[in-house]
Write a protein that binds this ligand. Structure first.
Ligand SMILES: Cc1cc2nc3c(=O)[nH]c(=O)nc-3n(C[C@H](O)[C@H](O)[C@H](O)COP(=O)(O)OP(=O)(O)OC[C@H]3O[C@@H](n4cnc5c(N)ncnc54)[C@H](O)[C@@H]3O)c2cc1C
Length: 515
């Protein structure tokens, strides 16, 4: 046996899992098909020297525990970086600016819904903190489970009771409801109302009226809901995960795609690479989605019912990325440079989000794209005049397919929308990169190009993620585990699926050693 563990995929979750296993004394090899580790946390470098986050452009609710367990702060990611401010662009020019607790119009005038919004956000953040332990640990077992888990669940129930009668009732009421009604019960529809909607649905294929979108919002409001970009941008994030892995003794091999998972007597024994090399190991952790992992192993190794369930996971993505290299930093009308240095949203309201979502259901391109934008050069001059836009509600399964002309149409729609807020931006474009969900799937292997490697919604969360029976990271084939975004608690740059999977492996080994 050449390694104790082989991890397939060097995205940040594969690296996180590898790091914890290596820290526990295992010999670990990470095999990554791309030229660099990082997966969907990468960088696009433009011809003029500017750079932009290729896909993910901030971390969301990254936890102190994972930073500490993985040793990321020694490699440039401390989690103490100042959270990004938020600018909400409004078609009527009355943009809204949120920085820390402050919520006001960008010109400094008071916003009529500021108090209502703050009260709602604070209440939801309190709920999110109660749920945080559930998100950060493997999902609870419906039967069995050791005493620590039972104590943990009791603690969760106690924590909810401690919210007090009014809040704990409200917690139960909103938990599985939709973000649209929950927000509009408290305030008028506006770009400010849309902010909580965007946080609930970004990266997924649900409209804000879908039941369960409050639950996805709560997941993102953990740890203060902070969006963080360290000095050096997302490249620092990738480097921190990769360097922490190397420092723990992990071997990372890039340009080495895995084409098969080898088994013997129903047990994973190694992998075969694109070059035909066979590498043996004691266990395999796959950060790929369960269907790809099953295919790599051979469908015949799995129960037909398991395969059916995995096939039924909803994985069609609905987020695209448009990256621009510009001759000059864009200037948004009525906004200071500082106000444009965090994240910038273009949604006009929850109604706007829901209407835009409608198109995706029918495989159509949105008329007016909804975007989350970051200008990396505003925080880090080295990145130059570039713009990073996540475009929400762009269908994987576009009618007619993602031809070059369809991509050009998406680019034009994005530029038209941006031009309305930042006149002159279109003329300043030097290079444009349009990455559709199909491109994302091709490049990273994420099924459907999906941000979470599978829709994150109540019936595909917790012990139902990715499917019952694989929810504790262990696959039905012995010695084989999942450790990527397809598992609990899903995508975003949190490292949690990878850390949880590694902890489960170590727990299993300890149990076996004690038996
Ligand atoms: C457009 C877009 C924007 C996003 N923006 C944000 C954001 O701003 N903030 C945020 O928190 N999250 C964001 N996300 C989500 C986040 O990037 C993902 O949830 C996260 O990267 C998942 O990490 P992972 O390690 O599980 O998988 P991935 O990052 O997908 O990594 C999987 C790795 O496996 C490799 N691989 C695939 N097949 C093989 C094979 N056969 N052999 C070897 N290696 C293989 C791939 O090359 C890849 O490196 C975004 C996602 C997308 C698509």
């Amino acid at each position: 046996m050449q390694y104790d563990t082989i991890v397939i995929g060097g995205g940040h979750n594969g690296l996180a899992a590898a790091t914890l296993l290596a820290k526990a004394g295992q010999s670990v090899l990470v095999l990554e098909k791309g030229a660099q580790p990082g997966g969907a946390v990468g960088v696009t470098r433009f011809k003029d020297g500017g750079s932009v986050p290729r896909y993910a452009h901030s971390t969301i609710a990254l936890g102190r525990q994972e930073i500490s367990d993985l040793g990321l702060s020694r490699h440039g990611l401390t989690g103490r970086e100042a959270p990004l401010s938020t600018l909400l662009l409004s078609d009527d020019g009355r943009h809204v600016y949120l920085d820390g607790p402050s919520v006001a119009y960008a010109d400094g005038a008071a916003h009529p819904d500021a108090a209502g919004f703050t009260a709602l956000r604070d209440r939801l953040s309190r709920f999110a903190d109660k749920l945080a332990p559930l998100v950060a640990a493997p999902p609870p077992q419906l039967e069995g489970g050791d005493w620590r888990e039972i104590v943990g669940l009791a603690g969760l129930a106690f924590g909810i009771r401690r919210l007090g009668a009014v809040d704990s009732r409200e917690f139960m009421r909103v938990l599985l409801s939709n973000v649209y009604d929950t927000v509009l019960d408290e305030m008028d529809d506006s770009p400010l109302a849309a902010l909580l909607g965007v946080d609930a649905v970004l990266g997924g294929r649900q409209g804000p009226r879908a039941p369960g979108t409050v639950l996805t919002l709560l997941q993102r409001l953990r740890n203060g809901g902070n969006r963080i970009v360290p000095k050096g941008g997302m490249a620092t994030v990738v480097d921190a995960f990769a360097e922490a892995a190397s420092a723990a003794g992990v071997t990372i091999r890039c340009k080495t795609g895995v084409t098969a998972i080898l088994t013997e007597d129903d047990r994973a024994t190694g992998v075969e690479t694109e070059e035909g090399e066979r590498i043996t190991c004691g266990r395999v952790l796959s950060s790929l989605d369960p269907m790809t992992t099953i295919r790599l192993t051979g469908i015949g190794q799995f129960d037909a019912e398991d395969v059916r369930r995995v096939r039924n996971i909803r994985t069609r993505g609905a987020a695209a990325k448009v990256n621009l290299s510009l001759s000059a930093m864009p200037s948004f009308t009525g906004v200071s440079d500082k106000q444009a240095s965090g994240r910038i949203l273009t949604a006009q309201g929850l109604g706007d989000l829901e209407l835009t979502y409608n198109a995706v259901k029918y495989g159509e391109m949105p008329e007016t794209p909804i975007m989350e934008i970051v200008l990396p050069g505003r925080r880090d001059a080295e990145m130059g005049a570039t713009l990073s836009a996540i475009v929400q509600y762009v269908p994987y399964d576009l009618q007619g397919g993602w031809t070059d002309s369809a991509k050009k149409t998406l680019e034009s729609k994005v530029l038209d929308r941006l031009e309305g807020f930042a006149p002159g931006l279109t003329a300043s474009v030097q290079e444009a990169e349009v990455l559709t969900p199909v491109d994302i799937e091709t490049e990273t292997g994420a099924p459907g190009g999906h941000w979470h490697h599978g829709e994150l919604i109540a019936d595909q969360m917790l012990m139902l993620r990715p499917v019952p029976g694989m929810d504790r990271y262990e696959m039905p084939v012995s010695g084989m585990y999942l450790c990527g975004a397809s598992t609990h608690p899903g995508g975003d740059v949190t490292g949690l699926p990878g850390c949880n999977a590694a902890r489960q492996v170590l727990k299993g080994l300890k149990k076996r050693a004690a038996a």
